[in-house]
Design a protein. Sequence first.
Length: 626
Amino acid sequence: MAADPAPARGGLLRALYLLLAVYAVLVPAATALIAWLGVQGIVSPWVGLVALGGPLLLLTAATVLFARHRLARPLGEILERIEAIAGGQLEGTVAVERGDEMGRVKRALNELAAYLVVAREARVDRHFLQRVIDAMPEALVVLDARGVIELHNRHFAGLLGIDGPLIGRHVDTLVRNQPPGWATRVLRSGGVDNVEVDFGLAPGPTVTLLTSSAYLATDEGDAERTVLVARDTRAVAGLMNQLRQANAGLEESRQFFQNLFDAMEDPITVLAPDGEVMQANRAARAVFGRDVVGRRCYRAFRMRDGVCDGCPALQTYASRKSVSVEHRVFGNAITRISTYPLLGKNGEVRAIINHKRDVTKERQLEDLKANFLAAVSHELRTPLTSLKGFNKLNLRRLVRFVQPSLEAAPHKVRVAFGKVLEDMQVMDSEAERLGRLVNDVLDLSKLEAGKLTLAMGEVDARALVQGGIVATAALWRAKGLRVDARVPDGCPPGWGDADRLSQVLVNLLSNAIKFTEDGHIAAEVTVHDDVLRFTVRDTGKGIAPDDLGTVFEKFRQVDGEGGSQIMKGTGLGLPICKELIRLHDGRIWVESTVGEGSAFHFTIPRADVLDDLERSIRAGPSIIGL
């Protein structure tokens, strides 16, 4: 801020000069007049003194008041402000009331305080800047337009082995391996880039720094300052050595994983989201050619010009889940194609692993197994049907024709007859159980072989729960139990095979009824973001913690109460439920506390959140989410 131009001898000084002039003229004139009047005898000396003293007294009083108003009070304000500034209170100003000399002093004092505020802020900014550059891991020096050091960080002084500051020194005095005037040439030539420069104070040791420079230009484009950034060549060499070791380790790891990749017997490729083959193992290159990398998968694998129908890679990209499909090629040869997503940090599909495997022998064995089971089941069902039918017929004949004639028979005969009836009833129940076992084995074999076709569509959750309760009504009514249906209003539809889901729900309800002697059972449905969760909850005996992990194993039957008695069953109901839910892209699990009851849960997708592509993917019976 510039000071106002000084007024030409006005204001306060003019008033003071005027008062002094009045005194200089008035006092001698009045004194001479009184003396002359006294000599002439016109006025007595005392009257003359009073006449002279009165005006002089008034003039003196006016002078004192003027000095107090125009000098003492402003000087007091100025002194108070000076003391505040000396105490560090730079904020605030002194009021300027007039344009006289005191006003000029006040304005100058206000401007001085403003300059001090700016200087304090500049000092704070410089300290902050110094802390910032001191925190930098590289040596940094700021030169003015003459090459004199204005600023440097602690790391630069530390590399030179100097404790004190180097500010004010010309950078040429620190350079050892460059000709005189090096800094000037750097300023004029446009700077340096990664030049090895020896820095140090003569005659002390030197340190070689890899130096680069940059200009800090003014608004007019002139070089105002130059920044030198230096790196210790020893540190750079160490970093380069670490980089070479890291690259060597990376190459070794890459080679190791490539060898591991190539050691796999099945053809495996890595596909980009657009279907381009990014990487292939030795088996894939042997099957599809050495130039398979970089080609589109449909062109490299099947010699087509467009995306294949039912492409598993496209399905994996859309669902972000693993997919497995089977194709029959070259007659009876069967190839299983499994795709697995490689997800990024945000869940996006970065790449897809494509695994091809010849499963012809496996499918032949499964076919043999299925044919064997079908033949055995047929051979078992025929005699079982005959045995069961004749057993029931003979049981009715004995009860109708033989039992009435034994009323007069000896006691031993009646006891033996009763034992025969009991044995025949046991035979009938065991034949029923053997028939269920045969049916369960056939269903499980179809599930494991992937030959069970699902009729996928929208499923009404409320109708499914109510249907399961009605189907098991004879069981829970016979035991005097209560079964509740808890389905929220407006429940969205599920996506699945209604008949197979009803089979799962009926199986879970039957098990709950079997293991509950009193209390109640609930079939619940809860709605989640993308699934419906079905829960069958009972107040039965519960399952021991050691058995929770084995309830879904084949032919595994959970103890009825602490291992005291095993409930009758085939041990295949829950494994079948598990496989059916797996085919629905859901999961099934159990929670239980001994003595309090159990809760079996399973999930299926919500139909209202599936788009057309996902519905088409999930509708295919040959596609199994892994």
